[in-house]
Each structure stands twice: as structure tokens, then as C-alpha cells.
Design a protein around this ligand. Structure first.
Ligand code: UD1
Length: 420
């Protein structure tokens, strides 16, 4: 298995292009199952999860033509299989996103039940309850969710008990071809939900209210084709901003969407960063100063994203003062803490709160990546650790960060990948 090896202590400086958003590209690819004419998607990130989603939908009969410019043509006219097998779902929970499109277009879907994952139980009960409310029959057998709707789906009112991002996306896609109007109450407001709605509308869907907590979908008979550019990845962008802040550096991000990142920008400003932005760039300058500790609590959008929690803990480990980070979305999302402690970080866990006392420097150590964002936080810690840090199991990081070691090297980090 590949490893990442870092020599810490180098100040990051320079410019970096941010990739298309993984969490927008995945539902957009799943949503392509609804297209009866060719679709062209641009700004597609090159990531393991994207390949998995292509493999998954490819197995159903979708054909892809890739170009050399982050673009992909999708042909989904001829789908013959409506199944998401265990072998793929177990590697990527977002596979559940094919359920809504398959069910609404073909009246049948068989999707392996996604299990728990490193960061918590992560049930899909709200996806299934919503599908049932739209008129689907759901059976669970042999670890598979078997959903059918021989007479089609019918628009209705659905209210989520908990804000769920992929749950909102799945039901939005199911409702696109349902008869009549569906209203999703207490819907997720994440920018990736808005990106998916804009994409589906480009193909002929009638969705309004995405970005608010009430989304209204007026069912249409079918979707056609079209062209769409995936939004920039706000979590990749945030991770690079922290990489610059933690090393007391200076960075300019290109092809970003600053308005989707206001909480992250706000917290980094509190940490002492001087941040300037325009429509699609963000510049951060620490003016050589040590970051200050920050307090935050994760929350659904527009709150602080849980996908940036681990990176902010990394920042606090070398900040001036004591930081408090509260995780409210997932019950077990502190696996990176143990690894950072191995690098000398002073962190105490009290329930869902991490209390971090900043130190001048961490010390390099062999550590293990446990999930996607935890791995990113270990890379950040490695950037400011004295000596060498080796990160194992980095297949996690390849799921969500495009050529991270190349982008960081270009900014002055000493990082390389050892293939084994
Ligand atoms: C998405 C993101 C992930 C991010 C998360 C929270 C994608 C592909 N992944 O994951 O990167 O960390 O949002 O912003 O977009 N829940 C239930 N029942 C359900 C569904 C969810 O109880 O049916 C709970 C979950 O256990 C969790 C909370 O709701 O505690 C939020 O999870 P959810 O928003 O669904 O996360 P994902 O969509 O899986």
C-alpha cells in the first residue's frame, strides 16, 4: 500500500488550482442515470470515488467518454441493470445515490445496504422512509435494499427528522420524475445540493428552493441531455488554506467559490489569517505569524462543515492558546486525534469536544490514515512536525484529494509518495 512521507517545517507559498467538488460530482454522476440524451460534465475531479461511481453506473450500462480537460461525456440512454453491488458500495457509501434515479426512471433498484463506516453508524433510514412516502415498496434481503415502484412515484410532502445531505439529494432525484409536486422540508442547504439541483434543471427538471430548507420539485416526464460544470471543492480549498495557515505561509487559491466557504474563512480570520477574495480566488497571508487557537462547533450548512473539523484540530495543535472543537454531526469522528497525539499534540477528548492546547511544533512519527478527512489532517500535522512523518493507508486520501502531494510540493512542501 502507498505511503506519504513528509519532512515538516517548510513554509507554504504560491498558487494552487482547486478541483471540482467530489461531493457535487458524485450526485451529479448518479443523477446522469436520469438523462435520456448525452450529457457533458466538466470540471470533474480525478479521484478514486469518482472512478468508483463511474464503475458503478458503468455496470448498469452507462457509457463514458473522457477528454483530457477534466470533462466527461455521459451516455445513459441504454441502462439494462438496476443494481449496485456490495463490492462497490462497501468502498463508497455515496453509492446509495443511485437508488433515487434508478427507482424513479425504471421503477426498480437493488442497492447493497451501506454498512457503518469509520466515523459512525451512518444509517440510510431517512432515504428509505422518503422513498416509501413517494410510493416505493422497500424490501431488505441478503444485505440488499430492493426498491420497486411499478406504478411510478407520486409527489408528496417529506420532512426530514435530521438534516441529511445525500438523503436530500437522493429524494430530490427520485422526485424529479414523480407524478405531481414533492416538497422536501428541513432539507440540507449545502452548496452541493444546489449544484445538483442546477444540474438537473439544466437537463429539464423543475426544482426550486435548493439552498433553502424547503425544496419544491415539480415532476416532469423525462430529462434530456445538456452540459454542466461541477462547482469548486470547498473542502479541498479549505484544506489548502489551513495548510498555508499552519505553516505561517501565504497562498492564493484559483477556481474557488468563496461564497460557499464563509464559515471556514471566518474561522481562519479569527486564527489570525489575512484573507482577501474576489469572485473565484482566495488569498491568505499569515505574515509569518503563528496561528491563534479557535473554537468552533460543526453544523449543517451554513454552519461550519464537519468535513473541515479534523483540519481545524490540526491547526489548533500548533496554535497559540487553547482551542475547543465540537463535533455535532458524526458520533465517532475523532480518529485523527490519537494519531496526532503520537506526533506530540496535546488534545483531550471530552465527549464530542476536543480540547487542544497548542504547542510550537509537533514531532514527526509514523501514523495511520483512518478516513478521508482524518488523512488530510495528518498531512497538515506532518507539514509542521519536526523531522519525518510517514502516513500509511493513504488510499483514503486518494478518494477525495486530487494529486495532493503534487499540489503541496508545488507550494514548497517536502512530501512524496512511496509506492509499494
Ligand atoms: C455527506 C457528505 C459527507 C459529509 C456529510 C455531512 C457526500 C457524498 N458526503 O454525507 O462528506 O461529511 O454529508 O456534511 O456528500 N443520518 C441519519 N439517517 C439517514 C441519513 C443520515 O440518521 O438516513 C444522520 C447521519 O448518521 C449523520 C447525519 O444524519 O449523523 C448527517 O449525515 P448526512 O448528511 O446524511 O451525511 P452524508 O450525506 O452521508
Amino acid at each position: 500500500m502507498d505511503k506519504l512521507i513528509l519532512q515538516g517545517g517548510h513554509v507554504l507559498q504560491g498558487e494552487v488550482r482547486i478541483s471540482g467538488a467530489k461531493n457535487a460530482a458524485l450526485p451529479i454522476l448518479a443523477g446522469s442515470l436520469l438523462a435520456t440524451a448525452p450529457v457533458k460534465i466538466t470540471n470533474m475531479p480525478h479521484l478514486r470515488d469518482i472512478t468508483t461511481m463511474m464503475e458503478l453506473t458503468g455496470g448498469m450500462g452507462v457509457r463514458f467518454v473522457l477528454d483530457d480537460q477534466m470533462g466527461v461525456e455521459v451516455y445513459a440512454e441504454d441502462i439494462q441493470r438496476f443494481e449496485a453491488p456490495y463490492e462497490l458500495v462497501k468502498t463508497m457509501r455515496a453509492s446509495i445515490l443511485v437508488l433515487g434515479p434508478l427507482l424513479t426512471r425504471f421503477g426498480s433498484a437493488r442497492v447493497s445496504f451501506p454498512g457503518g463506516c469509520a466515523i459512525g453508524a451512518r444509517p440510510v433510514d431517512l432515504h428509505l422512509k422518503g422513498m416509501e412516502k413517494l410510493g416505493a415498496k422497500i424490501n431488505i434481503d441478503n444485505g440488499y435494499i430492493h426498491a420497486t415502484a411499478p406504478n411510478g412515484l407520486h409527489g408528496c410532502d417529506i420532512s426530514f427528522d435530521t438534516v441529511t445531505v445525500t438523503g436530500t439529494e437522493n429524494l430530490m432525484m427520485a422526485a424529479v420524475l414523480a407524478k405531481g409536486v414533492t416538497t422536501l422540508h428541513h432539507a440540507a442547504r449545502e452548496p452541493e445540493v444546489v449544484d445538483l439541483a442546477n444540474y438537473l434543471n439544466t437537463l429539464g427538471a423543475k426544482i426550486s428552493g435548493a439552498g433553502t430548507d424547503t425544496i419544491v420539485i415539480d415532476g416532469v416526464k423525462e430529462l434530456g441531455g445538456g452540459q454542466y460544470a461541477v462547482m469548486p471543492d470547498r473542502i479541498e480549498a479549505g484544506t489548502f488554506l489551513v495548510a498555508a495557515a499552519i505553516t505561517r505561509g501565504k497562498i492564493k487559491l484559483k477556481q474557488v467559490a468563496p461564497t460557499t466557504m464563509l464559515q471556514i474563512i471566518h474561522k481562519l480570520t479569527e486564527a489570525g489569517a489575512d484573507i482577501q477574495m474576489d469572485d473565484n480566488t482566495i488569498s491568505l497571508d499569515m505574515h509569518g505569524k503563528r496561528p491563534k487557537a479557535v473554537r468552533l462547533s460543526t453544523a449543517p450548512y451554513p454552519g461550519f462543515p464537519t468535513d473541515m473539523q479534523a483540519q481545524m484540530i490540526a491547526l489548533n495543535t500548533v496554535a497559540e492558546g487553547v482551542g475547543h472543537i465540537v463535533e455535532t454531526i458524526f458520533e465517532n469522528r475523532f480518529l485523527h486525534v490519537q494519531e496526532m497525539q503520537r506526533m506530540g499534540a496535546q488534545i483531550v477528548l471530552e465527549g464530542n469536544t476536543a480540547i487542544i492546547t497548542g504547542k510550537e511544533r509537533l514531532t514527526g512519527a509514523p501514523v495511520m490514515a483512518t478516513d478521508l478527512r482524518a488523512s488530510a489532517s495528518l498531512v497538515l500535522a506532518g507539514l509542521v512536525a519536526e523531522g519525518e512523518t510517514t502516513i500509511e493507508r493513504i488510499y483514503h486520501i486518494d478518494r477525495g484529494y486530487e494529486v495532493i502531494e503534487e499540489k503541496l510540493s508545488q507550494l514548497g512542501a517536502k512530501i512524496y509518495r512511496e509506492h509499494s
